[in-house]
Design a protein around this ligand. Structure first.
Ligand code: SF4
Length: 229
């Protein structure tokens, strides 16, 4: 159980307090809960351990991490993006027949993901998240990809739940940052280094590193080669 809020049934959010007991927070219809959405689309997952698989992407708006090389800067501000109900997002995923959903951003953990993920699970789909881990983990999640950023570090609480660690590499300093984070992840975590798209000099750096440290693998942004979103 992660995070602070959990949807119970279809209309109740409870808060897990520090002693582990439940506290009624509010009655809501989770299908009416809304999120600011930059875009949502059925595509091919381009990166990481599930690259090449069909998946439905939901990109929430809002990010306070501030990576200067970010390729989705339009997602940083919440304002200016449409607000969508959980019911609308679930219907879009249902129509696509996608086998799994990737919730990304922006930084998706700026939002309480319990309503959205609880509702999506009624479709029988798996739910993946891609996060910097800099906000508390919420939601019913089947695969957690942590992509830690030095600009705003992950909270310590996320590490025990990580399935995949994917570190964007520009310089040697990022390799040390990758190892620092890998040391906190569970045994068996998929460890991946990903060259920053506009920094080609990172590629020989990563290739050399992975040859010497083969418990790491390489993630490429294959959707950019495939020219899919
Ligand atoms: S955490 Fe992700 S969305 Fe936020 S600035 Fe960094 S790369 Fe961009």
């Amino acid at each position: 159980m992660f995070g602070k809020l959990k949807a119970v049934g279809w209309n109740t959010l409870i808060r897990m307090n520090n002693s582990g007991s439940k506290e009624l927070v509010k009655e809501v219809d989770i299908w009416d809960v809304t999120y600011p959405i930059v875009e949502h689309f059925y595509t091919i997952q381009g990166e990481g351990a599930h690259a090449g698989k069909a998946s439905y992407f939901i990109r929430t708006a809002g990010c306070d991490v501030g990576c200067w090389w970010c390729d989705v800067k339009e997602s940083w501000e919440e304002e200016g993006h449409p607000v969508m109900k959980v019911s609308e997002l679930v219907e879009a995923v249902k129509q696509s027949k996608a086998p799994f959903v990737v919730i990304t951003g922006g930084e998706p953990l700026l939002h309480d993901l319990y309503p959205l993920t609880t509702a999506l699970h009624t479709l029988g789909v798996k739910i993946h998240i891609e996060t910097s881990g800099s906000w508390p983990l919420t939601g019913e999640l089947d695969w957690i990809t942590l992509s830690p950023k030095r600009f705003k570090k992950p909270t310590d609480d996320i590490f025990e739940f990580v399935d995949e660690l994917k570190v964007v590499v520009l310089t040697k300093k990022d390799l040390a940052w990758a190892e620092e984070n890998a040391a906190k992840c569970p045994k068996g975590t998929v460890l991946l280094l990903q060259p920053e798209w506009d920094t080609p000099k990172s590629i020989p750096l990563i290739v050399d590193y992975v040859k010497k440290n083969p418990h790491w693998g390489i993630s490429l942004q294959t959707h950019k080669y495939l020219q899919v979103p």
